[in-house]
Design a protein around this ligand. Structure first.
Ligand code: ADP
Ligand code: MG
Length: 347
């Protein structure tokens, strides 16, 4: 006879579910930073300040002047699948916010000492919720400016296996910096400050895209960027800047593509860009660009992965040809004529 042990099926506790899912949403400190910054952007902040310590593994603190959260909603903000950003199934096909899955804060809070302080404009006092590896401790009144302050301390301290998996402080810091740069370049109208171990890294005032690009990636060569502005329709446009191929010898490796404000890496897009540059770029060189595609949210699916850095296009062939055609046309303009081109790409 075999000795078969019968195990009963039971539901996992919310906290355990959050920790399991945290592995996908918050792979490392930088992914926590990304989720928190996206929330500040979604809250309409015009100013965001970030403090990091030890590559984000000791501290990630983000203060914004956005809409804030009312006291009664603070515990909900930490609950999985609780969000203010979508409501029904139709909303899933009309996503204009960076977040919508309602699992960012739940995941982060389950693996850290976490604090969420917020004050809504017009209220005299704010409230602060603190939690300890997913267990809410208390909600207390706190005197803060309108907006929200999120603090994440000792991330993954309760998960030794994950903690071990984290790389050196320098590596984790670099990932945080990359996350910051992507959001900073995508929202030049938001003033953004970041420090690491009390040392200021960037202090960016709000301004236009080209100024933001040059403060992030090098100041001296503004004239070497080429403006791209192409319209296919009201709901399909390509805009941004490409670095002129003639100057590529001493360029930075800037390859940033955003779909509806969201940084994405996508094979179709990369290939389209390559094609757009073919003929003007030596095949050994990589193009440098900061490009924004805006598209009707109904024509993409952003709900591909918890990190939301992938999208699926309804008609990827059309997107491919729009991007490559637009770039080809813009790059055909001789060097030095650095003005925006705004004809229809359909011509
Ligand atoms: P999601 O962003 O997908 O909605 P999160 O877990 O990241 O899920 O956040 C949960 C909710 O908490 C958000 O829907 C939002 O209502 C609120 N929230 C989080 N961060 C902020 C913030 N900085 N300002 C205002 N509200 C916030
Ligand atoms: Mg979010």
């Amino acid at each position: 006879e075999k000795n078969v042990k019968l195990s009963r099926i039971h539901r996992l506790s919310d906290n355990l579910v959050n920790r399991i899912c945290a592995g996908e949403v918050v792979e490392r400190p930088a992914s926590a930073l990304k989720e928190i910054l996206e929330n500040s952007v979604d809250a309409g902040a015009t100013s965001i300040t970030i403090e990091l310590a030890e590559g984000g593994s000791k501290l990630i603190k983000v203060s914004d002047n956005g809409s804030g959260i009312i006291k009664d909603d603070l515990p909900l903000a930490l609950e999985r699948h609780a969000t203010s950003k979508i409501d029904n199934e139709d909303d899933l096909y009309a996503i204009r916010t960076l977040g919508f899955r309602g699992e960012g804060l739940a995941s982060i809070a389950s693996v850290s000492w976490f604090s969420l302080a917020s004050k809504v404009a017009g209220e005299s006092i704010g409230y602060q919720l603190s939690s300890h590896f997913g267990e809410v401790r208390e909600i207390t009144p706190v005197g803060i400016n309108s907006g929200t302050v999120v603090e994440v301390k000792d991330i993954y301290h309760n998960i030794p296996a994950r903690k071990k998996f984290m790389k050196s402080e320098t590596t984790e810091y670099q990932h945080c910096r990359t996350v910051f740069e992507r959001i900073a370049v995508s929202y030049p109208q938001i003033a953004m400050k970041i420090s690491h171990n009390a040392k200021e890294i960037y202090n960016l005032t709000d301004g236009d895209l080209l100024t933001r690009i040059s403060s992030l990636f090098g100041n001296q060569y503004k004239e070497r960027y080429f403006a791209i502005t192409e319209f296919a329709s009201e709901e399909l446009t390509l805009s941004g800047y490409v670095y002129h191929p003639a100057y590529l010898e001493n360029n930075k490796n800037v390859q940033l593509f955003f779909v509806n404000g969201r940084y994405v890496r996508d094979k179709v897009i990369q290939n389209a860009i390559k094609q757009g540059f073919s003929g003007v770029l030596h095949h050994e060189h990589n193009p440098n660009y900061v490009l924004f595609l805006t598209i009707n949210p109904a024509d993409i699916d952003v709900n591909v992965h918890p990190s939301k850095s992938e999208v699926r296009f309804k008609d990827s062939g059309a997107i491919h040809s729009f991007i490559s055609r637009s770039l080809k046309k813009s790059l055909a303009v001789p060097l030095g004529n650095n003005t925006a081109i705004s004809e229809s790409a359909n011509n």
